[in-house]
Design a protein around this ligand. Structure first.
Ligand SMILES: *Cc1c(COP(=O)(O)O)cnc(C)c1O
Length: 396
């Protein structure tokens, strides 16, 4: 019999050579100690602009203490899936906290906690969509929404990024089809930092009788009164809405949740495979997230958001003075579009020599020819950190 294993090995080796030739090799940096604005990476002190720790909570004393307290109260592991023995008091409490905090867009909200946002998106899309569903998806949606749509086997139409006229036309053309219609979108787009036209999306969902799933990974904790997220930011309410928030970014810990009408949540518990067939995350993690939600919603959260807002304004002014193309973003994601992969890598390397970690984002994460630096701001940064970045960009 022919041994094909060697051929596969050769294919992988050649594939890696191609990745190198196109300037697309990705390398991991190893962080010693906690995630913060100033950290030790591969043994060097640097200022990091790479994390999604928008409020600077990843290393917060009280949240660390809650994690330790949770571990001593509930142990290290959950011991099972949520439906078979792994659902702890800490998970249940967190879900109540999250429903109360972020569920104001719908009557009788409930929340369901997931180990990751990737799984939450796979779960909600595959549980609500099937072969008979029409899905309308923004061209720049996060990979986890795209994968959820693929896995659901729904018929998919991709509308140009944030183009509401195009979406309107597609929904209109779907006419009287009896199929369930589902619109899926990020709120804050992770590589551009712009915000989806959410009010118009809700209008279209209501006009055409569609569901609207919003992924607020980069908005939860940052946008809206008390950091309640993008829907609260625009004071949107609709029974057509399903909300996904993640807890590893602004919340500084780990996990994600879906908030929706209680019927949607109950359906997920019964049917969502990424919820059912996996071990529940450690209860201590849920306990720590509850502490984080308390901080996000309180005065300290307000102070951190105000500081972040001022850093965003400083950065916008700074990027306008460079010879590259800033994206018009009012969020903590501040991209600077360079263009080619090699040039982007060279600039990132030059910043690295200044002790600044600004990741180079290349295809397939962004379209070819739009490679960019992605500056992620955090309330843990100071104006001094930005002055260092400004100085380094000027010397390039
Ligand atoms: C980060 C991210 C996710 C995935 O969340 P994780 O908890 O990291 O798995 C989903 N959607 C968007 C838009 C994201 O940026």
């Amino acid at each position: 019999m022919k041994d094909t294993s060697q051929a596969l090995y050769e294919t992988l080796k050649q594939g890696l050579v191609d990745i190198d030739a196109r300037g697309l090799r990705r390398r991991r940096k190893t962080i010693d100690g906690a995630c913060s604005a100033h950290m030790t990476v591969d043994g060097r002190e640097i200022v990091g602009f790479a994390s999604n720790d928008y409020l600077g909570l990843a290393a917060h004393e009280a949240i660390r203490a809650a994690l330790a307290e949770g571990a001593s109260r509930y142990g290290a592991g959950s011991g099972g899936s949520h439906l078979l023995g792994g659902h702890s008091r800490a998970h249940a409490q967190l879900e109540d906290d999250l429903a109360a905090f972020s569920g104001g867009f719908v009557d009788n909200p409930r929340a369901l906690y997931f180990s990751t946002g990737y799984m939450a998106n796979l779960a909600i899309v595959t549980a609500l969509a099937g072969r008979g569903t029409l899905v309308f998806s923004d061209a720049l949606n996060h990979a986890s929404l795209i994968d959820g749509v693929r896995l659901s086997r729904a018929q998919t139409q991709i509308y140009p990024h944030a183009d509401m006229d195009a979406l309107d036309a597609m929904l209109d053309a779907s006419g009287d089809s009896a199929a369930t219609k589902l619109i899926v979108t990020d709120t804050v787009f992770s590589m551009d930092g712009d915000i989806a036209p959410l009010a118009r999306l809700v209008e279209l969902a209501e006009q055409y009788g569609a569901w609207l799933i919003v992924d607020d990974a980069h908005g939860f904790g940052v946008l809206g009164p008390q950091g309640r997220g993008a829907l609260a930011h625009y004071a949107l309410r609709s029974p057509h809405l399903v909300y996904v928030g993640t807890l590893g970014k602004a919340a500084g810990v780990s996990g994600a949740f879906v908030a929706a009408h209680e019927t949607v949540i109950e359906w997920l518990i019964q049917r969502a495979r990424p919820y059912i067939f996996t071990t529940a995350s450690p209860p201590a993690v849920a306990h720590a997230v509850s502490k984080s939600i308390e901080i996000i919603g309180g005065d300290e959260g307000d102070r951190r958001r105000a500081h972040l807002a001022s850093l965003i304004e400083t950065t916008r002014a700074m990027l306008k003075r460079t010879r590259w193309l800033p994206v018009d973003s009012h969020t903590a994601v501040q991209p600077l579009v360079i263009g080619g992969n090699d040039e982007t890598l060279q600039i990132a390397a030059a910043l690295d020599r200044h002790g600044l970690w600004v990741p180079a984002i290349r295809p397939p994460t962004v379209p070819a020819g739009t490679s960019r630096l992605r500056i992620s701001l955090s309330a843990a940064h100071s104006e001094d950190d930005l002055a260092r970045l400004d100085h380094a960009l000027k010397t390039l």
